[in-house]
Write a new protein. Structure first.
Length: 557
């Protein structure tokens, strides 16, 4: 009986081992080496009807598969067309440059969602207390010893004392969604955010605290738009870069947060229609847009339009901002802007409105002085430039008012009790009233500005384009802002008419220059150091200067 049980157990064990999957059979096989195969012991043949092993089948384009990939891989495999790929780059590359081709993309069928952006850490030292982490066109505080801005109790302590700031608020996160191409019609949507959301500047007395401002920054929308591309025209609806200045293509290179002084830098709700005439030698873009009016009470949308000429055969390396390194063709763009202001008449109790139309023109250019065809090429030199002139347009720049406010309205009506206030419904710095000290009322005028910015970028030879230097110079000036001010030494007789702000509070001109050094340590990681000089000239001739040193690190994905 015992022998029969042992024999049965052995037979069952042998049967299980022989029928086990290969992995299990290998783990339970005897340790002795198998007998080598010889001519007398040929390998066992597969049964005649055994299936032949086939390579894994690739999902067909348009099937409902899910994968994590990149725009580059989708194009190379033919899942997306070159036109679809170019559309994705046009949306993402202004933030991350050629890194956009490798951005993380989730695909379901031919529907795709691409995540992109960068994490940024800034370490900033300023010689005055004039700016937060974003400087832009903000005014520099006047130093002690210079006649103070009226009213007389304005403090100038910050003009003689510096500050150090550390911030991650400029970190950016974007999501691009794209539908499959349908009869040569491409539809995509873009939502892009950062943490520069508007909050009042940190103030120890009234808040928010510095800890809240820097450690718990507010999320804000940069872009939120849909783009529909057809063989006839392309349509963009939503918030995106303004067409004026063709802004997504002509950013200067700097470590500090943009926009720089004298740089058009604005995003707004708009409806844009455009078309590209493509050719091997020349490419021409034509576009018009209706933009959010400069004041909602003006009712009339702002109009923008322009043309852009590019030479695809003449390319160079450029870095937009601090993170977007790309190869772009030489190009020049001319754009125009027309807007209308409608504001209440200059009265505490207005009964009618006053209107004014303004115009502006911008010329932008990118010139590869030493051409390059790939971003990893060294010994590449490029030049970018922008020239703008017009009036009533300061809101198209960053932190730009020139210091101008509306005239102070003084109540001279004996039938109105208390202090009267002009019901202002438009931001400062764009338009103002001409007033006299008797009537306290007058015509509406726009503030004129001329700005230009020129920048150079040189990618050092022998280093694969991973180390480069850049520099920018900008100037802003107005030929009429001081006409709407009064002398800082003049007396103001209260209750005898309205009066202008002091000329010691406005800056009719500013000069700016900077120098930058960048190092691309590894793909997706770079560091930058910058020195920048801001020089404001006030309306009374006084100068205020700020020196900024900034070190920043970037992880681009």
């Amino acid at each position: 009986m015992t022998l029969r049980l042992a024999a049965a157990f052995g037979l069952a064990t042998t049967t299980l081992w022989l029928s086990a999957p290969p992995a299990l059979a290998q783990t339970t096989a005897p340790t002795a080496a198998p007998t080598p195969l010889t001519a007398q012991t040929p390998p066992p043949a597969s049964p005649p009807d055994a299936p032949v092993a086939q390579p894994p089948e690739q999902p067909a384009a348009g099937s409902h598969f899910v994968e994590v990939t990149s725009p580059r891989a989708l194009r190379d495999r033919g899942v997306t067309t070159q036109a679809e790929h170019d559309s994705a780059m046009a949306d993402i590359a202004p933030s991350t440059g050629d890194r956009a081709e490798d951005a993380t993309t989730v695909v379901v069928g031919k529907w795709s969602a691409t995540l992109y952006g960068f994490a940024e850490a800034d370490f900033i030292n300023d010689s005055t207390q004039s700016f937060n982490d974003v400087a832009g066109n903000g005014q520099i505080l006047r130093p002690n010893g210079v006649p103070p801005v009226l009213p007389a109790n304005q403090d100038t302590y910050g003009g003689n004392n510096g500050r150090t700031q550390m911030s991650v608020r400029n970190s950016r996160l974007g999501l691009r969604l794209a539908a499959p191409e349908f009869h040569k019609i491409r539809v995509s949507g873009l939502v892009e955010t950062d943490f520069e959301g508007y909050v009042p500047a940190p103030n120890a007395a009234s808040g928010p605290s510095e800890s809240q401002f820097f450690s718990s920054p507010s999320l804000r929308i940069r872009h939120a738009m849909v783009r529909i591309e057809t063989p006839i025209v392309d349509l963009l609806v939503g918030q995106y870069w303004d067409l004026f200045g063709w802004q997504e293509l002509y950013r200067p290179n700097s470590v500090q947060i943009q926009g720089l002084p004298g740089e058009l830098y604005s995003r707004d709700a708009q409806v844009r229609v455009s078309h590209t005439f493509s050719g091997k030698a020349v490419s021409l873009d034509v576009a018009i847009a209706a933009r959010r009016p400069p004041s909602r009470d003006s009712q009339m949308p702002e109009g923008q339009g322009g043309v852009r000429l590019a030479l695809p055969w003449w390319t160079g390396v450029t870095t937009s901002g601090a993170t977007a390194t790309s190869v772009l063709p030489a190009s020049v763009a001319v754009t125009g802007d027309v807007r209308q202001f409608t504001v209440p008449e200059f009265s505490a109790t207005p009964t009618r409105s006053v209107s004014l139309s303004t115009e502006a023109v911008a010329v932008d250019a990118f010139i590869p002085v030493i051409p390059a065809r790939h971003e990893s090429e060294g010994n590449a030199l490029s030049l970018n430039g922008e020239f703008v002139t017009g009036s009533g347009m300061s809101d198209l720049y960053t932190n730009f008012t020139g210091g101008l406010t509306f005239p102070t309205y003084v109540n001279t009506n004996p039938n109105v009790e208390g202090t009267a206030t002009y019901p202002q419904d438009v931001d400062n710095g764009m338009v103002t009233f001409e007033v006299d000290n008797t009537a306290g009322n007058g015509s509406l005028h726009a503030i004129q500005w001329t700005t230009f910015l020129v920048g150079l970028q040189y990618y050092l030879p022998g280093l694969g384009g991973h180390v480069w230097v850049s520099g920018n110079f900008a100037r802003t000036s107005s030929d009429n802002i001081t006409q709407f001010t009064r002398s800082s030494t003049g007396n103001v007789v209260v209750n005898q008419g309205s009066y202008y702000p002091s000329n010691a509070s406005v800056c009719p001109s500013e000069n700016f220059f900077d120098a930058n050094l960048f190092w691309q340590a590894v793909p997706g990681v770079r560091f930058g150091f910058e020195y920048a000089n801001f020089n404001d000239e006030y309306g009374d001739g006084a100068h205020a200067i700020n020196n900024r040193f900034q070190f920043s690190g970037f992880f681009i994905f």
